[in-house]
Design a protein around this ligand. Structure first.
Ligand SMILES: [Cu+2]
Length: 171
């Protein structure tokens, strides 16, 4: 009996550790959503950008009023693990390009810039919200209509890729 016992314990131990490591992701995405926006660059979008004479993404208006063709996605990213992780990439089929951005107040003006990633502390969270970190959807290929869902693929340094459906909400 004792002969079997030790190998059995070893086998169980290996199984358990394989399970916990393959469960892998300790990342949880809460309440993902994207801002409704029209893809077309028509009367509004087109000439507005030209008239302003400033590069997109560096205007005083922040992400609220990009020419119609952009949108933003927001969520809370929870890390239930004991190791810090980092969001390093975001992708979606609905936009030509997807970047990770940070909006900030600078001298009373809302600006935003691209960042390399967003740290998700161990047993902590990062909040992506208007006026702060966000996933920038640049060059919408189609309208984002309130009520529908769009697929986002988020890639983390340690946890790999996670796909989520973000609900489109009216601005
Ligand atoms: Cu942005």
């Amino acid at each position: 009996m004792k002969r079997f016992f030790i190998p059995l314990m070893i086998a169980i131990f290996i199984l358990l550790s394989a399970c916990t490591s393959s469960t892998g992701s300790t990342i949880e995405i809460e309440d993902p959503w994207a801002r409704a926006a029209a893809a077309m660059v028509g009367e509004m979008g087109g000439h507005n950008m030209g008239d302003m004479g400033t590069p997109a993404g560096n205007t005083a208006m922040g992400e609220m009023q990009h020419a119609g063709a952009n949108s933003g996605a927001f969520m809370v990213i929870r890390n239930n693990g004991n190791q810090a992780d980092r969001l390093i990439k975001a992708e979606s089929d609905v936009a030509e390009a997807v970047e990770i951005h940070l909006s900030e107040m600078k001298d009373g003006v809302m600006t935003m810039r691209q960042v390399d990633g967003i740290d998700i502390p161990a047993n902590g969270q990062a909040e992506l919200k208007p006026g702060s970190y966000h996933v920038m959807l640049i060059g919408l290929k189609r309208d984002l209509v309130a009520g529908e869902k769009i697929r986002l693929k988020l890639t983390f340094e340690k946890s790999g890729s996670i796909e989520v459906d973000a609900e489109v909400r009216a601005p």
